[in-house]
Design a binder for this molecule. Structure first.
Ligand code: 3H9
Length: 698
């Protein structure tokens, strides 16, 4: 049973017992109703305490049941809450650790609520693309008022129980969580002895001097921030319905919105990201109980932009870092940049000056490899060239203590070759941070042929500590993210040859939802970086067909924002990309020289060619086992490459379009000019034939 029933001195205690977070799946829901009924029928019971075992009161509805028959099978959550609220004997919710979503809605159905300090209270449904569907939009405003509830519901952000102590939500907040059970029992005994009806949140009034004005203000704010998501708007609509039409009509409207939202592609995408993030930390052949190595001291080699950003991650998490450079001047420059970054946060009011100083105090600059002897993890962020990496890793092999993890921040080089520079390849791993490393969420953890399982487990755990989304990639050129982006860029360049211009390509893909199109992105990152990679490609893979149009741009010295011009023109001190007639002429000229027939390319074709290029390469990456699941690829693209969150990542997007349609489009493009870049991944054809997708669970 997912709910335990015991009695103590005239109080029935119903304990939700559905690990890990007491999700309100079917058996838990049925258990609550059964417990409430049992308590009604026991004359010795005067009151009921509803509580949760383990690490939560309740994390809410069981998200894995959404859009399955179980989700709508009675007792549904609204039925459960009705049973709780309708209980003739008073129900006291005893809340610890987490009361979220349906969990908080359940507690709002109780007659009284006692909470332990430190509990996270939230209606986070909006983060899953839905709205609270079991009365949250109706009861929370009646419990804590219109403004506070609307903020909680529209943001989905958790609030600590003690901050809500005087809000009207709780009857008591217990400072010491260990005393929650006894306090709730005593409270239940007290109210159980009282005659008469017990209070219901639904009967309270929503008092506000200008509800219509506040709701309009909220609407204006949400329009600006939630462009691609319907849920925040629906949250406001449902709250407004409750304010204007009363509880019952508001409840019915909320239910209607919930049923519609849970089926939207946006909700599917957000749920996919929720589970994808958690799934990414699980490596199929590395059990979750694999022992990890202690990481209490980190060293970073290289104090450039990347090394400095990497170091900041660790000191932000309270881990001391030794920062090594070869020259005093470079070291000082690196330290100054780190300080400048923190000072910018202090100026914006995001960081207290004393916290900045505490963090900087964790940083020990050095010019000597001998200072790295104590480090448990050493991350190399030096120049991206195998010869340079070789020098560093040979030296590390001499100085690092046994068992230290040696990580390379390489973005393209072969981690197995780097590992072979040492006599301890089992301790070598790739930690590919994305720039700016102190900001970007993504960390690609590159698993070499010999990387030990406990090294992987350690790095994944550490990634959580430094608040990164870590995704494991096998060794291949570009790993998951950059290998895929190369195909995307390749298509973008072919389309310039065939008739498009940079601004049109960027506009089309930005309208699709990308944060930045390929050409604006390339101008920001520096066009010379791609040029260097392509030069290597021409040597290593002469058989591969690339457009040379970007090389032409680089030959003109147009490396991007840093040189005042790239695919676009830039004005000093202004990052706005202005279409460039010089570049557009060059593109037209190039098409002529190569006898390419320029034609009008539709925005739809631009989006398909860019996104399906990612999908096709992603499928190959899965076939080769470079990524172990499709959701890992999606997490890389959502957290590191600006792929639109409301589309859930390239692989989920492909599922949404249908792999049958993806296959047809790829075959169509393969038959056109530059079609040799499209080698259909066999798994797309196979899954399409089986009527399946990459992520059938989502
Ligand atoms: C809702 O309530 C709708 C209602 O309004 C209306 C209904 C009609 N369901 O995050 P963790 C799993 S919508 C299923 O690593 P933490 C999670 O996948 C719901 N599974 O732990 C993971 O599984 P695994 C509104 C869930 O301690 C494991 O639990 N509620 C759910 O860092 C541990 O999770 C939310 O949106 C769930 N609801 O954080 C809350 N929740 O081990 C979403 C968790 O196999 N949950 N799991 O990977 C959270 O924010 C965090 O999980 C929580 C714990 C703060 C609870």
């Amino acid at each position: 049973m997912a709910v335990d029933y015991t009695t103590r001195d005239g109080v029935a205690v119903l304990t939700l017992n559905n690990p890990p977070v007491n999700g309100l799946g079917l058996s838990t829901r049925a258990g609550i109703v059964e417990g409430i009924e049992r308590a009604q029928n026991d004359p010795a019971v005067k009151a009921i305490v509803l509580t949760g075992a383990g690490k939560a009161f309740s994390g809410g509805a069981d998200i894995t049941e959404f859009n399955t028959p179980k989700a709508t099978q009675e007792p549904t959550l609204p039925t459960v809450i009705e049973a709780v609220e309708g209980s003739a004997k008073p129900v006291v919710a005893a809340i610890h650790s987490v009361a979220m979503g349906g969990g908080l809605e359940l507690a709002l159905g109780a007659h009284y609520r006692v909470a332990a300090a430190g509990a996270q209270i939230a209606l986070p449904e909006v983060k899953l693309g839905i709205l609270p569907g079991a009365g949250g939009t109706q009861r929370l405003p009646r419990a804590i008022g219109l403004e506070a509830s609307l903020n909680m519901i529209v943001s989905g952000a958790p609030v600590l129980s003690e901050k809500l102590a005087d809000s009207g939500l709780f009857d008591e907040v217990v400072a010491n969580p260990a005393e929650l059970a006894d306090t709730a029992l005593a409270f239940a005994r007290k109210v159980g002895a009282q005659a008469g009806a017990h209070p219901k949140v639904r009967d309270r009034k929503i008092e506000h001097p200008n509800a219509a004005g506040f709701i309009q203000f909220a609407r204006n704010t949400v329009v600006a921030i939630a462009k691609h998501f319907p849920a925040p708007h629906k949250c406001i609509d449902a709250i407004e319905a409750g304010v204007n039409d009363g509880f019952d009509k508001g409840l019915a409207f909320e239910r209607e919105c919930f049923t519609a939202l849970v089926q939207t592609p946006e909700s599917r995408a957000l749920r996919h990201a929720f589970f994808g993030e958690r799934a990414a930390s699980k490596i199929p052949d590395v059990p979750s109980d694999t022992p990890v190595r202690d990481i209490t001291q980190v060293a970073v080699i290289g104090a450039g932009t990347m090394g400095g950003g990497i170091a900041m991650n660790f000191i932000n998490a309270g881990i001391p870092v030794t920062l090594l450079e070869t020259k005093q001047e470079a070291l000082e420059r690196g330290l100054a940049t780190i300080r400048k970054n923190y000072e910018a946060s202090v100026k914006k009011g995001k960081l207290k000056p004393e916290v900045m100083e505490q963090r900087l105090a964790l940083l020990s600059p050095t010019l000597s490899y001998d200072e790295l002897k104590q480090a448990d993890l050493i991350v190399e962020a030096v120049f991206e060239e195998l010869g340079v990496k070789e020098q560093v890793f040979r030296r590390l092999d001499e100085v690092a203590k046994p068992g230290a993890i040696l990580a390379s921040n390489t973005s393209t080089l072969d981690v197995d070759r780097i590992a072979a520079f040492t006599k301890r390849p089992q301790d070598v791993v790739g930690m590919h941070f994305f720039s700016p490393a102190n900001v970007m969420k993504l960390l690609e953890v590159v698993r070499g042929k010999e990387t030990a399982k406990d090294v992987l487990a350690t790095v994944m755990k550490l990634a959580k500590k430094i608040k990164k989304t870590a995704v494991v990639s096998g060794v291949c050129d570009g790993f998951i993210g950059n290998r895929m982006i190369e195909q995307y860029i390749r298509q973008a360049l072919f389309m310039l040859e065939e008739g498009a211009l940079p601004a049109q390509v960027d506009r089309a893909i930005e309208k699709f939802g990308f944060a930045m199109g390929p050409f604006r992105m390339s101008d920001l990152a520096g066009n010379d970086i791609g040029w260097a990679i392509r030069k290597r490609r021409y040597l290593e893979h002469p058989e591969m067909h690339y457009s040379k149009i970007a090389d032409r741009l680089c030959e003109m010295g147009r490396f991007g924002q840093k040189t005042g011009g790239g695919w676009y023109d830039y004005k000093a001190g202004d990052r706005t990309a202005y279409p460039s007639s010089v570049v557009n002429d060059m593109i037209g000229e190039y098409s002529k020289e190569t006898n390419a027939q320029r034609r009008k390319i539709s925005d739809e074709e631009i989006v398909e060619r860019l996104v399906f290029a990612l999908v096709n390469e992603g499928a190959k990456i899965l076939e080769e086992g470079i990524a172990s699941k499709a959701s890992d690829i999606d997490m890389v693209y959502l957290t590191g490459y600006g792929f639109p969150l409301h589309r859930g990542g390239p692989m989920l997007y492909a599922d949404t379009v249908g792999l049958y349609n993806v296959e047809r489009a790829i075959r169509r493009y393969a038959a056109r000019p530059n079609g040799d870049a499209w080698q259909l991944a066999p798994s797309i054809a196979k899954l399409a034939a089986e009527g399946r997708g990459f992520n059938d669970r989502a």
